[in-house]
Design a protein around this ligand. Structure first.
Ligand code: CTP
Length: 411
């Protein structure tokens, strides 16, 4: 068995060589980590201009950034020697990366509020923007932040999701600034988006299905659909024409067509209809294996006693895709497992006759359902195995499509 691990190789980072990067730093405890990010960007040959907000200066000193960067750190809109600094920076930048990005910066950027040099530069640019949020878990999960993040994602901003780990004050949770390597990988990807799926038709399923028991109740699962959406965004950025068959309603990148479904049967019909034209089908949806034989037309009443719900199997979309596969079509399945993770994944690869199975250990802490993070093992033919460590779902999606691209035209 060949075992590889997927991490942005140094050749991927070469695109940063010679790029003009505006490094935005806002006022969070993680601001000290952006010094390391600056140093790594400089080592890679980037021309880095740091822009620090007023509150960033409470955590780190401008002198540190000025000493390491290509230009002195910029801290004010009202630099008398350069009265239009924000437009100069916005135009000059090949890329703007904000690390850490605080709740305030995210809110202002999402709403077009230009309050200081950094927000003004962000609004005055057409360069790709990589945003690396870092804050307390409660803040990160707050609906206002999540809505602002969705707005920015929809506009094409590259988001490097925060990690789970130790936060300021000793708390542990999601909200810690992503690792420098992950941020660099996102920077490189935003600068040189791979167009290796241009002209390809990709169908992706996302979310968990719902099997109705009566008009108000259903059998469901914990799938949030986040991984499926991340896959759709990655395929879209690579130039594919993407159709997302989804049970959840989340904002997505422009250009992704969505088809809403609810039950396993609806998902089966939609995916198989679309698969006729598809070059690649990725089944990230968590599909119910069983459904009630009959759905009660009226709400089941408690006084009628414990109901007996007889189940029947649902159609297996992935297995059917494997059976109907056209020559050259690439089919990818997912497997959510809690035990014997690799063996169960390998069995599904064989039984469902697909090209890849992305195995997800959903019992692992910090990964899987609802989380922005995931860790997977991608299993392919001839015992091929790629381990993708805990990281944002966007990184997992990218690793999956790297592998898919390597299979195109192979059979
Ligand atoms: N799948 C499907 N249709 C189903 C069940 C599953 O298309 N009725 C797909 C899923 O989208 C996923 C893959 O099959 O890509 C594996 O799903 P999983 O639930 O992990 O496996 P099962 O086939 O249900 O097997 P088991 O119950 O043994 O885990």
């Amino acid at each position: 068995m060949t075992i590889e691990s997927h991490d942005g190789s140094s050749s991927d980072l070469d695109v940063l060589n010679g790029a003009t990067v505006v490094l935005g730093v806002t006022g969070g405890i993680a601001a000290y980590k952006s010094v390391e990010l600056l140093r790594r960007l400089m080592d890679l040959g980037a021309y880095v201009i740091p822009v620090l907000t007023e509150s960033a200066l409470r955590f780190v000193g401008a002198a540190t950034f000025s000493a390491l960067a290509s230009e002195t750190a910029k801290t004010s809109l009202f630099d008398l020697t350069d009265p239009i600094l924000h437009t100069r920076l916005g135009q000059q930048a090949d890329l703007i990366v904000v690390a850490p990005a605080t709740a305030r910066l995210i809110g202002e950027y999402a709403h077009g509020i230009s309050r200081d040099l950094l927000t003004t530069t962000l609004i005055a640019t057409v360069a790709p923007v990589v945003l690396c949020p870092a804050m307390h878990t409660e803040m990160w999960n707050h609906v206002s932040i999540q809505e602002n993040m969705e707005t920015l994602r929809r506009r094409g901003v590259f988001v490097v999701e925060p990690e789970r780990g130790r936060l300021a004050g000793g708390d542990i949770g999601e909200g810690r600034l992503a690792a420098v390597d992950v941020i660099l990988e996102a920077c490189a990807r935003s600068l040189a988006p791979k167009r290796d799926l241009a002209g390809k038709n990709v169908v992706i399923s996302a979310g968990g299905t719902r099997e109705a028991i009566d008009p108000v109740r259903f059998i469901a699962n914990h799938s949030s659909g986040k991984q499926g959406y991340a896959l759709a965004e990655d395929a879209r950025r690579r130039g594919a024409q993407v159709t997302l068959v989804t049970t959840v309603d989340r904002p997505s990148l422009p250009g992704i067509e969505t088809v809403s479904v609810d039950s396993a049967q609806q998902l089966f019909e939609a995916v198989l209809r679309l698969a006729d034209q598809a070059d690649i089908v990725v089944m990230a949806a968590a599909v119910a294996d069983f459904r009630p034989v009959a759905t009660a037309t009226q709400k089941l009443k408690k006084r009628a006693g414990i109901p007996e719900i007889i189940l029947e199997p649902t159609p297996d979309t992935l297995a059917e895709l494997g059976r109907r596969r056209r020559p050259g079509q690439v089919i990818v399945g997912f497997a959510a497992e809690t035990e014997d993770v690799i063996a169960n994944g390998a069995r599904k690869l064989k039984d469902k006759r697909v090209d890849l199975i992305v195995v997800n250990d959903v019992s692992q802490e910090g990964a899987g359902f609802h989380s922005d993070l995931n860790a997977v093992v991608i299993l392919g033919q001839n015992d091929r195995r790629i381990d993708v460590g805990l990281g944002p779902k966007s990184t997992i999606a990218h690793a999956v499509f790297d592998e898919v691209v390597s299979l195109i035209g192979k059979h």
